[in-house]
Design a protein around this ligand. Structure first.
Ligand SMILES: Cc1cc2nc3c(=O)[nH]c(=O)nc-3n(C[C@H](O)[C@H](O)[C@H](O)COP(=O)(O)OP(=O)(O)OC[C@H]3O[C@@H](n4cnc5c(N)ncnc54)[C@H](O)[C@@H]3O)c2cc1C
Length: 416
């Protein structure tokens, strides 16, 4: 690789890697400068005592169009969550069956007291409408908050509280459902057209697969871009790099600092991992806090979905708590286990704490207005481009699309 590539990309998250991949396909030379010690950004997996710990519980929705276009799902060895969800309320675990994807599930779905009959009819109606709507059209629909959109659909307050609130809080990291209804509809559409899944070797396998298509030596780690001046980048330590184009692919707050824009607000999350001798739930399902009491919003025994996440004979539990929480690890852990004891009995006391992650900027906040327009410009000024989930939408799909769009803009400008 030449010492002076045509393009410098700041950040080796999904956006930066996707941008690099499209540039590589077009034969344009580039180098990715990554501040941390590894690739993947917010999608990284740590190995800890034989467990695979994603840096914050997250899932790939297999219907994401950009992921379908670019990832090799077979090679990722995707492990799927069961459709539907479990939710704790009324002092017991309740199952929300997805009758469209659960063989023989219609009887159970109709009989279940999870939601009124009208809620079920409305789920069917929403699902049918969104399946007939293209992704681009979903992002063009009139925008309101998710809560107001659910009200307008006519869902009962109880169903919203027990299902939509914890479910979409787990995905949009927004317990108040203030996020844009466009994002809610997009995620709902994705969930009705595909699965929630994790790669057998952890979420970090996704960026690793994209990086495997890049020319050798195209990523430089531990290289922190401090500032930009026209087509020059100054790294921490003072080194200056020059290129025809610079693509800023760092997360919203860092990108805002580099290009002089206002910082987007952040959605934060805290994830605790535990090891258990026995899985507290047998199903490979996402478990929701449907009564709203206690810190835990959602929970999953990931090893029931992907056994490779845990050593033989052990179960890996991921617990997500919204926000950063001002408590110490020990204090918050105490509240988590007290809540889990309520759900699963005294056995929760035997779960062994493995590790926790506090992620201040897990996603950019996308309230109504933030997705207007749905795709923000990627050309900032001549020679400087931006990508990242903050340019499209707060998801793996959005990050990957934004990386492609930035590469297309660079290529179009080079061709002039
Ligand atoms: C806990 C959690 C749960 C999530 N759940 C889901 C989910 O279930 N489904 C879903 O689709 N999405 C989910 N997301 C969102 C998704 O992971 C992100 O939208 C996506 O990974 C963002 O990718 P990105 O490339 O835009 O940014 P990032 O992944 O943040 O990459 C930016 C990179 O830039 C680097 N960088 C920053 N500053 C500099 C600098 N100055 N110099 C050099 N490098 C720099 C960073 O180190 C980082 O590697 C979740 C995110 C988190 C954290």
């Amino acid at each position: 690789m030449s010492t002076s590539p045509d393009v410098l990309i700041i950040g080796a998250g999904l956006a930066g890697l996707s941008c690099g991949r499209h540039l590589a396909d077009a034969g344009v030379s580039f180098r990715i400068l990554e501040a941390s010690d590894g690739i993947g950004g917010r999608v990284r997996t740590d190995e800890c005592e034989g467990f695979l710990l994603d840096r914050g519980f997250q899932v790939l929705l297999t219907a994401y169009p950009e992921a379908q276009r670019t990832l090799d799902y077979h090679a990722l060895d995707l492990r799927k969550f069961s459709p539907g969800a479990l939710a704790w309320f009324a002092g017991r675990m309740n199952e929300l069956v997805d009758p469209w994807r659960t063989p023989g599930g219609w009887g159970a779905a109709i009989k279940s007291d999870f939601g009124t009959l009208w809620d079920k009819v409305r789920v069917a109606r929403l699902r049918s409408r969104l399946r007939r709507t293209a992704v681009e059209q979903v992002f063009e629909r009139p925008e309101t908050s998710t809560r107001d959109a659910l009200r307008a659909e006519g869902f009962s307050e109880e169903f919203v509280h027990r299902f939509f609130r914890p479910f979409f809080a787990g995905i949009l990291l927004d317990g108040e459902l203030k996020s844009s209804s466009r994002m809610f509809e997009f995620v709902f559409k994705m969930l009705s057209e595909g699965d929630a899944a994790v790669p057998a070797r952890g979420m970090g396998a996704i960026p690793a697969q994209i990086a495997s298509h890049l020319p050798e030596g195209s990523i430089r780690l531990n290289a922190h871009a401090e500032s930009l001046h026209e087509n020059q980048m100054i790294l921490r330590g003072g080194e200056t790099l020059t290129a025809r184009a610079i693509v800023v692919a760092s997360e919203g707050p860092s990108a805002a600092h580099l290009v002089g824009e206002a910082e987007p607000a952040s959605r934060s999350v805290t994830c605790f991992y535990y090891s258990a001798e026995e899985p507290p739930v047998a199903q490979p399902a996402i478990v929701l806090n449907g009564d709203g009491a206690g810190p835990v919003n959602n929970f999953a025994v990931i090893s029931q979905v992907a056994p490779s996440y845990a050593p033989a004979g052990k179960s890996l539990i991921a617990v997500s708590v919204l926000g950063l929480q001002q408590l110490t690890e020990q204090q918050l852990g105490g509240f988590i286990i007290a809540q889990m004891k309520n759900w699963f009995g005294p056995v929760a006391r035997s779960w062994r704490y493995l590790k926790s992650y506090r992620i201040p900027h897990a996603q950019p906040q996308q309230f109504p207005g933030a997705l207007e327009p749905p795709q923000r410009v990627v050309r900032v000024r001549p020679g400087v481009y931006l990508c990242g989930d903050h340019r499209d939408n707060a998801s793996i799909h959005g990050a990957m699309v934004s990386g492609r769009r930035a590469a297309e803009a660079v290529l179009a400008d080079f061709a002039r």
